[in-house]
Design a protein around this ligand. Structure first.
Ligand code: ADE
Length: 234
């Protein structure tokens, strides 16, 4: 399922520079039976299959380099993945990810083999693999030397607690759609202020909950109120 996603783009560059390593392991290699069976029917009955404990315990024991390396199961039951968690986990020397599949994973894995459970959002994927790709990408961005200008990670949306401001590039006039004049003013303070306002407006409109714990200026408070009423009227 991983194909060559980790052999392209920024993650591949990071691997070449040896600042990030990604290793994919097949649970079937940790089975002992002839059929390399990783799943079985649930005790107590019910639909679907459940991942067996043995291959997961064996795989974790084989690949975990240190006793304190986090072992994370990707599943819709986990803690919600976000910017803060990605930044925090980027400090770890090694992270072992387990991709859940089928209906679920034997509870003894959850209770005794992992240190945490993470979900990338409130929807159910067909398996943990796409979530692992998202996880590796987002965490790697916080590893030093992965993203060229470290600044650009720190200034990203969410670092500021807000969504990003809009960007424009050439041409200045595209099919009559013009780039805002302020961006040609050369006045950096004014541009900064404009960007902050645009970021604020977008956040207030789309993700107002991100602004809950932020200190807002009077102007921002009034914009927020206006947008709130606009939304109510719709
Ligand atoms: N596996 C299935 N759905 C998932 C989700 N939302 N997040 C992480 N792993 C998953």
């Amino acid at each position: 399922m991983f194909g060559n996603v980790f052999s392209k783009g920024v993650i591949n560059k990071a691997r070449e520079k040896r600042v990030v390593e990604v290793h994919v392991h097949d649970l079937r290699d940790y089975t002992k039976d002839k059929h390399k069976q990783v799943d079985d029917r649930p005790f107590g009955g019910g639909e679907g299959m459940v991942l067996k404990p043995e291959p997961i315990f064996s795989a974790v024991e084989a690949v975990r380099k240190k006793k304190k390396s986090p072992v994370i199961l990707l599943s819709p039951q986990g803690e919600r993945f976000d910017h803060r968690l990605a930044e925090q986990l980027a400090e770890e020397e090694q992270i072992v990810l387990i991709c859940g599949r089928y209906e679920g994973v034997d509870e003894r894995v959850v209770q005794h083999s992992i240190t945490g459970e993470i979900s990338i959002g409130d929807y159910v994927l067909t398996g943990g693999e796409p979530a692992a790709i998202v996880f590796v990408d987002a965490v790697s961005r916080f590893v030093t030397h992965v993203v060229g200008k470290e600044e650009s990670v720190r200034q990203d949306s969410f670092s500021s607690g807000m969504l990003d401001f809009p960007y424009y590039t050439r041409p200045r006039d595209f099919r009559g759609l013009k780039v805002p004049e302020v961006l040609f003013s050369g006045d950096h303070a004014k541009i900064e202020q404009w960007r902050r306002q645009k970021a604020f407006e977008k956040t207030a409109r789309i993700r107002p909950e991100l602004l809950m714990n932020k200190k807002l200026s009077q102007k921002e408070k009034s914009i927020l109120k206006e947008i709130h009423w606009e939304r109510k009227e719709r």
